[in-house]
Design a protein around this ligand. Structure first.
Ligand code: PMP
Length: 372
């Protein structure tokens, strides 16, 4: 970025900037040889950092700390659960993250409606058809921000004898999560989506008494996740979780204000804009919109030149811009799609800059269409 003004970051759903509290915890942990399995003083200090983080992460989702298993992130957490049930019947929503969909290639898909909400009648029909071991539905979709009715989904799963897994990566820090009613058997979290470091996550266990595992070879995390713990990343995760828990209500109000202004102004600048899932319950930080007739790649590059970091919503891993399976499942327009996602450090000015850039880009595109 030398010689250019700092980029405006509006891609929190891909990864959030590290919170200062998390950075401090990471630095403190990296300052010494902190292997939590060692019995010496550094080992004991590392153990304490991890146990403190366990309490902080447990508080974020209201579950007992002993039910939190640290791992490398949500891709691992989702794989751990889905692969554990690989030989049994699994139902997953059509809009899950690839770390669920590809970890359970034989799973049957639960459709969603045009707003991107899981179809409860279709779920019940599927559950009635055959015995199901596991239902997996995310709490919040990473592309649209739609909040799924997980209480109802879990109740249906339980009624038909299935366990319930919930990928809560995009819900954490945005809405409150409460595992205490016992409706969620397995819940996955990722540190870097809440302002913690990349490379740490957690699988939180409910009351079913099953501990799915993926790896063999060590006693860490009570044998549920062997391998030397990533003390620094886990400590940073804990600090981020504590801050996210503390700041949840003011952040939600602030991001809702930013989102409403963003969406209202967007629709005024260009009347043909489609804001996806506008009528559904959504987390306040996410806006997914399509500009019919435009291409996502061109828009993303144009925004990048204006110094704005955005996403098309579905390019999580490869950097490629491929059509969204989420919008496809919703039967929605997917050309010219852009996702704006804000978070703990987002400001009014970020939104102003985005809107100014959009106005400029939209006017340029308009001129090109008129002159074509
Ligand atoms: N689930 C969802 C809903 C996500 O958005 C992501 C991150 N793109 C993941 C899982 C994977 O998380 P991680 O980066 O920690 O592997």
């Amino acid at each position: 970025m030398t010689g250019r003004k700092p980029a405006i970051y509006l891609d929190y759903n891909a990864t959030a900037p590290l919170r200062p509290e998390a950075l401090a915890a990471v630095n403190a942990a990296l300052a010494a040889p902190h292997n939590a399995s060692s019995v010496h003083s550094y080992g004991r200090a590392a153990h304490k950092m991890i146990e403190d983080a366990r309490q902080q992460v447990a508080a974020l989702v209201n579950c007992p700390p002993a039910q939190v298993i640290f791992n490398s992130g949500a891709t691992e957490g989702n794989n751990t659960v889905l692969k554990y049930f690989a030989k049994e019947r699994i139902l997953v929503s059509a809009i899950e993250h690839p770390s669920v969909l590809e970890a359970a290639p034989a799973s049957e898909k639960i459709p969603v409606d045009k707003h991107g909400i899981v179809d409860l009648d279709a779920l019940e029909t599927l559950l009635k058809k055959n015995k199901t071991a596991l239902v997996s539905v995310m709490m919040v979709n990473n592309e649209t921000g739609v909040i799924q009715p997980v209480d109802k989904i879990s109740a249906l799963a339980k009624k038909h004898g299935a366990l319930f897994h919930c990928d809560a990566v995009q819900a954490a820090g945005k809405i409150s999560i409460d595992m205490s009613p016992g409706h969620i058997d397995f819940l996955t979290l990722s540190a870097h989506k809440i302002g913690g470091p990349q490379g740490a996550g957690a699988l939180c266990l409910g009351i079913c008494g099953i501990t799915p595992t993926l790896l063999d070879g060590g006693g860490q995390e009570k044998k549920a996740r062997p391998g030397t713990q990533n003390t620094a990343a886990i400590a940073g995760f804990g600090a981020a979780a504590a801050t996210a828990t503390r700041d949840l209500p003011p952040t939600a109000t602030h991001t809702t204000k930013l989102r409403d202004r963003l969406e209202n102004t967007l629709c005024k600048i260009n009347k043909s804009i489609v804001i996806h899932s506008k009528k559904a319950a959504r987390v306040p930080n996410t806006t997914l919109f399509s500009l019919p007739g435009a291409s996502s790649e061109t828009l993303l590059m144009a925004f990048d030149l204006e110094g704005l970091c955005l996403s098309n919503g579905s390019a999580c891993a490869s950097g490629s811009v491929k059509p969204s399976h989420v919008l496809k499942a919703m039967n929605a327009e997917s050309a010219g799609t852009i996702r704006v996602s804000t978070g703990w450090a987002s400001t009014e000015n970020d939104i102003d800059q985005f809107l100014a850039a959009f106005e400029k880009i939209a006017a340029r595109m308009n001129r090109k269409t008129v002159n074509a």
